[in-house]
Design a binder for this molecule. Structure first.
Ligand SMILES: [Fe+2]
Length: 308
């Protein structure tokens, strides 16, 4: 597989400074509108834009040969692209954001020290209280994991990301209504689903474990009343435990842990889910606000003003 890692995204919002305090507060490092874990403090870059939107997605491939093969496939479906400074840049013609692909070493943020968990017959946490209770501070987020976009054209979006750029399909919904795709071993780094105009549905931040998701989301909700979107729960598609909240710029952000990992592409069986369900426990049904955010009218207006 040519693509192997999600490097980062650029988020566009009307007031970038609104997100600086937020990312610092949840434990990312960086500054000046650029944030992430300490190994990659530029995973989320925030820029000024007339309405909240995804501006860029950055992806790593193995080699320059990968870039030329991607370029050939883009040519094959008539999509413009440029290669300079060792990076291929193409603009998604439907969803109107840029995808930048560049060769990088295969890497990931280091594995965190696991917190021992007692199970029947196997109780490694002997004579000690839970790590979430004894560790002096809440663990920082691990990294950016994925983005979900709404799109008015699923087929063209699939053509661009899967057929041309080389994202792999992990699962799909109802014969092609939505696709969970990956550019790494994570079950999904990009999901696209139907929407009246292109928009960023959410971005997702990985946490070390379920304790970290629950503790960080509980704290955020306590400090930011009215930001609850959905969760906690566990998605059947992707397997990840989740909790969705709203960031200070109005974007939905997910905190997740324990997502499916696909190491062997050939051994993974893609399931066409129908209906997929939302969560294995908790609120089993997807809340309406999830795919109909309260600012959808603003997003439609903003998109049409910029691109209509
Ligand atoms: Fe998600």
């Amino acid at each position: 597989m040519a693509l192997h890692r999600l490097l980062g995204i650029d988020l566009g919002v009307p007031n970038p400074q609104t997100l600086d305090d937020f990312y610092q507060h949840i434990g990312f490092v960086g500054g000046d509108h650029s944030w992430g874990p300490k190994e990659a403090p530029d995973q989320i870059r925030v820029k000024e834009a007339p309405y909240r939107q995804l501006l860029e997605m950055r992806v790593a491939c193995h080699s320059e040969k990968d870039l030329s093969e991607i370029a050939g496939r883009l040519d094959g479906i008539g999509i413009k692209h440029e290669t300079s400074d060792g990076k291929l840049v193409a603009r998604d013609p439907v969803n109107m954001f840029t995808v930048t692909i560049q060769p990088k070493e295969v890497a990931d943020v280091p594995e965190p020290e696991p917190r021992p968990v007692n199970r029947p017959g196997n109780r490694p946490r002997k004579g000690a209280r839970p790590g979430i209770m004894t560790e002096p501070t809440l663990r920082p987020p691990r990294r950016l994991g994925h983005v979900v976009i709404g799109t008015p054209n699923i087929v063209a979006t699939h053509d661009f990301f899967v057929n041309a750029l080389g994202f792999r399909v992990s699962d799909k919904v109802a014969g092609g209504l939505a696709y969970f795709t990956r550019c790494s071993q994570d079950h999904h780094n990009l999901l696209f689903a139907p929407a009246p105009v292109p928009y960023l549905n959410h971005y997702a931040i990985e946490r070390d474990d379920i304790d970290a998701v629950m503790a960080s989301a509980t704290l955020y909700l306590k400090e930011n009343h009215g930001t609850q979107i959905a969760g906690p729960g566990r998605h059947p598609i992707g397997g990840n435990m989740f909790w969705y909240l709203r960031d200070p710029a109005g974007n939905y952000f997910e905190q997740f842990a324990d997502m499916d990992c696909i190491e062997d592409d050939d051994a993974w069986e893609v399931v066409d889910w129908n209906p997929p369900g939302w969560s294995l426990w908790g609120d089993v049904d997807q809340p309406e606000v999830f795919f109909k955010p309260t600012d959808m009218a603003d997003l439609i207006h903003g998109y049409n003003k910029a691109h209509g």
